[in-house]
Design a protein around this ligand. Structure first.
Ligand code: NOJ
Length: 762
């Protein structure tokens, strides 16, 4: 924070100051803001707390008028400098010339779309994650955007939740690392630099734990579980410097986050010392009435401002209700000032007081064509996309494919540009996306023939199609092929029969893994399952290329396909990246950031569950253990799982000592060997299990990992340092402690298949 502050001051010295009260070197940030607040009317203060959705809240002339009157603090949903410039012109023409800021959902790319967040986490490669975040920030800032509503670090254990696609999976350590990396990448050298955007981590808090995976549902959770599993990623993002926090739409133990003084004051501000700005989610202040904690709009506004919601997004309640609440004394001027201070502080930190046009620039420099190819970062997107794919099965070395003969590409997602981008694809343009059909043809050139048949619609369920097309997209999201399903399949089978290998591109349309798109089933839709069965019946080698935003139920695929590649929604360069992997121009190295259940009934299947009194023991017959008796227990693909075209072996673990002293360190090492014939990368994962403690502890927890590249035949010693901190947990009094006793240290290439070694903390 200190560093940001110094950089802020420096920026003030070297750039013209626009606000009426100009920051000078002698004034620190606090004094500058206090001075400004002292000159503001109540109306102007309340104006700063309003975040307006462009295109949704009010007509443009009214927006300009309200900004010029100092009644709007920021806007979101504009994505060009030319759109933002008149809005900023209006702001600097206001009485106090306080600039507004521009926000947008830059989640996994801006103009260039990178793979979805769940895919980024699948790379377990923080350099790749940082490349995605930094590139997104550079592109967004170049479009005049100051703040992104990202990263989303909500842990989920329930893949029915559509927003699973937007998060980084189920594990606190991996989600924390990925989220913190994104924050740093978005904010670059500092949020006040011209090529940075301020991050606002979301959704605070626990949004991923909505009951039943149904979006916007309630969350009920013990304090220990919150502190141990769900809160660490938000904290990690704040420690990484996230300037903003977006508040969740859900309730927590009976109190909506938007009205939750424990969450916003006691935890966020007091315990964690957060000094940045808080933003409500879309319409969340009004929704306090639906939640049933406010009887009317006045009460809703009062609850939110008192809870510490600084900016109210897409809501008129602060404007309409706060003046009356202040007048009656129910809300103090001090409470308003506290919120205004954070909004102005964020603007200061974004460099906007020094130069409101920092990211908007001069009109003469505006790009002629916003969607120009030259503005895209295709190489970076392709590199990150291929690193994020997970090879789930590869029987008899079906993959990599040879660039020869005839390849049948079949499936509704084989040539669907819009679906490549995934949800929240910001200013990404579907026409600029490379589909798998294009990617395969680019890769083979004239060495092989690629023939495409659609084979099925994503779904034949008219109700689902209506739902998907109802979502707010510019054009219909799902366009149905009018041919009867039987005809589509017959045509695909015909194409497949004449080919040497079938590549089946199946899964979900992007809208199926989106906000509000919760599912009761994790199956590949019936239309595509019928297609897969018909393709299998041809007897040709069957490679399934999955495109989806959540774990799917893949029992049939695992039993019947020759190879399965999880590609998620892989972004603008997805088709080329998938082709790189299919043909072995890139050796897959991704690992699952979330477990894949065998059925919906098995949920939750997260690997780091608490221990129980009667655990199910594989291979041991008998009743009265914790299991589902109709199907095998445990995930189909565990957390951390993913194959390569080469093979790796791990030696037994050697520990520098069998005891760890509280002020000491322990070194655990294993020798990783590439025993195959190709160069390749894998992720060595370190898990720890506390054998007995004052609270029940998980069966294991990820504590560290290394992504290691080895040439064929090469070996390397991989070392991990363990200290007391790695053994800490929240006890019943919510103290973060490490208790003396025995621990199991496990190292593996996934969470299930591990080597193990014991040690003791003294
Ligand atoms: C609602 C979503 O929950 C949130 O994630 C997003 O940032 C806002 N809408 C703004 O688009």
């Amino acid at each position: 924070m200190k560093r940001l502050y110094l950089l802020g001051l420096l920026a003030c010295l070297v750039q013209p100051a626009f606000a009426d009260v100009k920051p000078t070197a002698a004034q620190d940030r606090q004094a500058f803001i206090a001075d400004l607040i002292g000159r503001m009317t109540l109306e102007e203060k309340i104006g700063q707390l309003r975040l307006i959705s462009i295109g949704a809240d009010m007509p443009q002339p009214q927006i300009l008028k309200e900004i010029a009157a100092g009644h709007i603090g920021g806007t979101f949903n504009t994505v060009t400098r030319a759109d933002n410039r008149p809005l900023q012109d209006a702001a600097v023409s206001s009485r106090l010339k306080i600039p507004i800021f521009f926000a947008y959902d830059v989640v996994h790319g801006h103009r260039t779309i990178f793979p979805i967040s769940l895919a980024l986490a699948s790379s377990w490669d923080m350099q790749a994650v940082a490349l995605a975040g930094r590139t997104s920030a550079i592109e967004a800032a170049a479009d005049g955007i100051d703040m992104t509503f990202a990263p989303m670090v909500d842990i989920t254990h329930d893949p029915r939740w559509g927003r699973t696609s937007e998060g980084f999976g189920e594990d606190p350590h991996l989600v924390s690392m990925t989220g913190a990396t994104m924050v740093k990448a978005f904010q670059g050298a500092a949020p006040n630099t011209a090529d940075s955007v301020m991050a606002s981590v979301k959704h605070f808090a626990l949004y991923g734990a909505v009951e039943g995976g149904r979006d916007y549902n309630t969350v009920d959770m013990s304090p220990v579980r919150m502190y141990q599993e769900y809160l660490p990623p938000y904290k990690a993002a704040l420690d990484a410097g996230s300037g903003g926090v977006m508040v969740a739409l859900n309730s927590i133990n009976g109190v909506p986050a938007t009205a939750n003084t424990w969450l916003m004051h006691d935890l966020l501000r007091k315990e964690w010392g957060f000094k940045g700005v808080t933003v409500s989610d879309h319409g969340a202040v009004t929704e306090l009435i639906n939640h049933g904690v406010a009887d009317n709009e006045r009460e809703a506004a009062k609850l939110a401002i008192k809870a510490g919601i600084d900016l109210s997004m897409h809501d008129s309640l602060y404007r309409d209700e706060l003046p009356g609440l202040v007048k009656s004394g129910e809300v103090s001027v001090q409470e308003i000032d506290n919120a205004v201070r954070e909004v102005l502080g964020a603007k200061y930190d974004m460099g906007l007081f020094a130069d409101p046009y920092l990211r908007i620039g001069k009109a003469t420099d505006d790009p002629q064509d916003n969607n120009a190819e030259s503005r895209l970062h295709r190489e970076a997107a392709r590199d990150v996309a291929r690193k994020s794919m997970v090879l789930l099965k590869n029987e008899a070395r079906t993959l990599p494919l040879k660039k020869q003969g005839r390849i049948a590409l079949i499936g509704p997602l084989g040539d669907a540009k819009v679906d490549m981008l995934g949800s929240w694809s910001a200013a990404g343009v579907p026409m600029q996306a490379v589909t798998l059909y294009q990617g395969l043809r680019n890769a083979v050139g004239d060495k092989a023939q690629v023939v495409y048949a659609r084979g099925a619609n994503v779904t034949d369920d008219a109700h689902v199609v209506d739902y998907l097309n109802f979502l707010n997209w510019d054009a219909p999201e799902v366009v149905q092929d009018p041919r009867p399903p039987k005809e589509l399949i017959a045509n695909a089978v015909e194409v497949a029969r004449q080919a040497d290998v079938i590549v089946a591109a199946v899964g979900e349309s992007r809208g199926m893994s989106h906000e509000s798109s919760s599912r009761t089933s994790l199956s590949i839709p019936a239309s595509q399952r019928a297609l897969l069965k018909a393709l299998k019946a041809t007897g040709k080698p069957l490679v399934i290329v999955l495109m989806n935003g959540r774990p799917l139920q893949l029992n049939w695929a695992q039993a019947n396909a020759d190879a399965i590649l999880e590609t998620w929604f892989s972004g603008t360069e997805g088709g080329n990246a998938i082709a790189d992997v299919l043909f072995g121009d890139y050796n897959p190295s991704g690992k699952l950031p979330i477990s894949f259940p065998r059925s919906v009934g098995q949920i939750p299947t997260y690997y780091n569950h608490l221990r129980i009194g009667r655990p199910f023991i594989e291979g041991k017959p008998g009743n009265y253990t914790s299991q589902y008796f109709e199907e095998p227990n445990g995930a189909l693909y565990p957390f951390g799982y993913g194959l390569s075209y080469t093979q790796f072996s791990l030696s037994d673990i050697s520990l520098s000592s069998a005891t760890l002293r509280r002020d000491g360190r322990l070194e655990a090492s294993v020798t990783l060997k590439n025993t195959g014939t190709r160069d390749g990368e894998t992720v060595v994962q370190l898990y720890i299990q506390d054998i007995a403690a004052s609270m029940i502890r998980p069966v294991k927890e990820l504590k560290d990992f290394r992504k290691v590249m080895l040439k064929a035949g090469e070996e390397q010693v991989v070392r991990f340092d363990i200290d007391e901190d790695e053994l800490k947990f929240y006890n019943a009094q919510l103290q973060h402690v490490a208790e003396a006793g025995r621990f199991n240290l496990q190292i593996g290439l996934d969470s299930k298949d591990v080597k193990q070694q014991g040690f003791e903390l003294r």
